[in-house]
Design a protein around this ligand. Sequence first.
Ligand code: CTP
Length: 422
Amino acid sequence: MPDGAPHLAGRDDAVARAGPRVVLGVGGGIAAYKACELLRRLIEAGHDVRVVPTGSALRFVGEPTWAALSGHPVTSEVWDDAHDVPHVRIGREADLVLVAPATADLLSRAAHGRADDLLTATLLTARCPVAYAPAMHTEMWQHPATQANVATLRSRGALVVEPATGRLTGADSGPGRLPEPDELAELARLLLERGTAGASLDLAGRSVVVSAGGTREHLDPVRFLGNRSSGRQGYALARAAVSRGARVTLVAANVASPDPAGASVVPVVSAADLRAAVHAAAVDADAVVMAAAVADFRPATCTETKIKKAGSPSAPVLALEHTPDVLTELAGERRRPGQVIVGFAAETGDDSGSVLEHGATKLARKGADLLVVNEVGPGKGFESPDNEAVVLGADGTRTPVPYGSKESLAHVVWDLVAQRLA
Ligand code: CTP
């Protein structure tokens, strides 16, 4: 664009998308560059995205980039295009406002109801769901002032997700990273699907633990006994819980997927690691959902060196031992008052009983409040994006969940958990 081109750029008239209207608010932090990728994902998902950066954000990424990617004019001031009253219109017309990155300064201005630029004015006029993805240095995030601002925004019905933990701008690392753009776009999709009801943040103030994936029990440094769990169901549960306002700890056993935005991920390998991580996180949790496929048996010994084929006249015989049942422990002696404990059971029917009969016996044996029972078979359960299940309640309820996405099943589980917590 030549020097002296008008400040407002874009193709507002040419772009009339039918998709939901999303305002992408961009705060003045280095992670603003990641918001370009997020913007692309939102546009690719068919959303009509209006970018509203702060003046500081424009020092990191310039207005032509936002305008070209969004197809809309971009400004941070309330004075541009005043005849159109943008400081009121943009917020009112939005189906979702997503602020990413939300800096400490922006969270402070939003919490105090300031309206000193177009983004803060938009936050005051929006009546749709508003979500913030904070990103800043760990010290700034953990400062009581920032935490108080976050608590204020949450108390007013906004979703403020926890920042990711990892490498920050310099050599330091800790909580304060912006979650990955793909995962933020996924969060936006979930929020748009849940709609405008403030009640959709029905897990706000709740802390939940989800286990996902499949454990590996090593025989030696290179071999293990494992299982086919992909972790998809547990990850869908974690994403759904974040979108409903919960603070989520995701104990992930050998899952290759990216971390869901807002979830605190604890990677584990074995059943013993998983047990320690789940019990630690469950201490102050309102609900624990055990979606992980945890090994029932592990090799009685794990050699420090590789078991060699050469020189072994016959194949080795593996001695196995039982692993502790984490779900039974959580539902029994480890249970915190009021905690809701949920298990999963992948079953096949046999001569001794049907899938649901086996499920009901397991629910009683483990002492959980809810057991999600699904039949294992082609296209169902393991490694499939879809699932079909019946959720059995210890109170005798049966909730059938028709064949559909693991995300729909996740929402049914959280509906039932939310009912029990209420
Ligand atoms: N589970 C657990 N700890 C274990 C094994 C399983 O917490 N050591 C949990 C799983 O996460 C799941 C539930 O228990 O939520 C049911 O797992 P499943 O393997 O179906 O139960 P089992 O008791 O092993 O039953 P089965 O005899 O059918 O193998």
